[in-house]
Design a protein around this ligand. Structure first.
Ligand SMILES: C[S@@+](CC[C@H](N)C(=O)[O-])C[C@H]1O[C@@H](n2cnc3c(N)ncnc32)[C@H](O)[C@@H]1O
Length: 297
């Protein structure tokens, strides 16, 4: 059950969803035909301990049974990771050197992507989540000037961001990946207002959002997934951590109405463009999930 001021560490509530994403990144990275490689994902998952590393053991995604169980969740994470990695390629080519990753969780892009010198990356998340990541990656060097901003995104995060050295006169590239549904609808609107206020022309944003249910519609696979998680000793009920989509603004409409140039895509398109086959079952699950970038002219 969510409350307005709930908090968490990496093993609980919304914090654990960041581990779930890292599991899927580790699983994709193991594939010989991986569409991206995130060598930090497995390291982070292993640092969490408990049963999580069981989910990435062996070549998880090449075992047909497990691949089916991971199904649409894995496809969604792969599609959106590729899409956002490419977004950052565009950002860098456009000369943007100030990046803000909202709800960074166990995202390792500050470490694994190539950043031109002078790039500053702000990572915002709950204090204990950032603390966990800093400890787990203590021996690794980020490829940019990475700055942690421990803050809840329902609070006055623009103030915390400014105090960490954010420069509102420079174009910024924002990322809100795997975040929006964990915010109440009005907190999402406030987040967008704040982003727009802090964005000079030339700024950009990428985000994703699911309008339906994230889990597979197939009850048999769903049960198999729950069993696998239970065997690993993990309890996570993503749907109970989400806020609904009723009365929630569609980000494409919001940014369009505020003068940003919006470009929308979806996971199935991204995966097929990159040569990854997508089953009908997965297509159906991902139909209501959007990927979006927008640029402030
Ligand atoms: C599904 S994970 C996504 C993490 C990361 N963006 C990625 O894709 O790997 C959700 C993340 O949102 C963070 N989060 C959700 N609501 C938040 C809030 N109100 N304030 C700060 N962080 C929040 C969680 O701590 C968690 O790290």
């Amino acid at each position: 059950m969510r409350t307005d001021d709930d908090s968490w560490d990496i093993t609980e509530s919304v914090g654990a969803t960041a581990v779930g994403v890292a599991v899927m990144r580790a699983v994709e990275t193991q594939r010989p035909d991986a569409l991206y490689r995130d060598p930090y994902a497995a390291k982070l998952v292993e640092a969490v301990g408990s049963g999580w590393s069981k989910l990435i053991g062996g070549e998880a995604d090449l075992d047909p049974e497990r691949a089916r169980v991971y199904g649409s969740v894995r496809s969604m994470m792969t599609g959106r990771t590729v899409y956002i990695d490419e977004y950052f390629g565009t950002v860098v080519a456009a000369g943007i050197r100030q990046i803000v990753i909202l709800a960074s969780g166990l995202d390792a892009r500050a470490y694994r992507l190539e950043w031109p010198s002078g790039t500053v990356i702000f990572e915002l998340d709950q204090p204990k989540v950032l603390e966990f990541k800093a400890t787990a990656l203590a021996q690794d060097r980020p490829a940019a000037d990475r700055r942690e901003v421990p803050i809840d995104l329902r609070q006055d995060w623009p103030k915390a961001l400014r105090e960490s050295g954010f420069d509102a006169t420079r174009p910024t590239a924002w990322l809100a990946e795997g975040l929006l549904r964990y915010l109440p609808a009005e907190a999402q609107d406030r987040l967008f207002d704040n982003i727009a206020e802090l964005s000079v022309p030339g700024s950009m944003i990428a985000l994703n959002m699911g309008f339906g249910q994230p889990q597979t519609r197939n009850p048999e696979i769903r049960a198999a997934r729950e069993k696998m998680m239970a065997q690993a000793g993990i309890r996570m009920d993503v749907e109970n951590l989400w806020y609904g989509t009723e009365n929630r603004t569609d980000p494409r409409d919001w940014f369009g109405a505020h003068g940003w140039k919006v470009s929308a895509s979806d996971v199935v398109t991204v995966l097929t463009e990159h040569g990854r086959e997508v089953s009908d079952e997965v297509r159906a699950d991902l139909r209501s999930h959007i990927l979006m970038t927008a640029a402030r002219p």
